[in-house]
Design a protein around this ligand. Sequence first.
Ligand code: IMP
Ligand code: MG
Length: 176
Amino acid sequence: MMRETVSVLISAAAIDDRLTELAAQIKEDYGDKPLTLVCALKGAVIFLADLSRKLDNNVEFDFLRVSSYGDESISNGAVALSHKTGSLKDRHVLLIEDIADTGHTLVFLRKHLMGMEPASLKICVLLDKPDRRQTPDAKFDYLGFSIPDVFIVGYGLDYAQRYRNLPFIGALSFEE
Ligand code: IMP
Ligand code: MG
């Protein structure tokens, strides 16, 4: 029987500090413009909740859900939407995503959201694993942390739907 072990990679306090910096950067770029934060379910939900509360803009929330085919944890480039947002036309849209891994999801989402004719579109990701990238087109505007190629759980991210409620970002490993 394999035992799952989670070790803290980024503490709750370090996440909070970084989110304060990110919010300041976003505020500097957008000023008082109204923002529509589009959260990619389910992994970005905690990030959305915490980051949005550090912004004093007029903010709306919307949600979309991406499903990658194949393995639960490794996307193979085939991405589809299983829940869509409402109209984003003429809105200043900031996509909130948990992690840039292969990058296929980000490429898909940018194209999808641009098709909805927003006034502007930027992308904010909590984590980046640059070593895993399979496409150079996976660009984002704001980043929480760049991390090595380890499997992450916590702060919204899951393994088989578990661990999303951990207050920190952890590395998951398996032991006998
Ligand atoms: P991408 O399309 O390969 O960039 O994958 C993005 C999605 O895979 C993310 O939105 C996550 O839901 C999931 N994912 C990638 N790496 C991890 C990880 O280390 N832990 C948990 N989920 C991950
Ligand atoms: Mg995700």
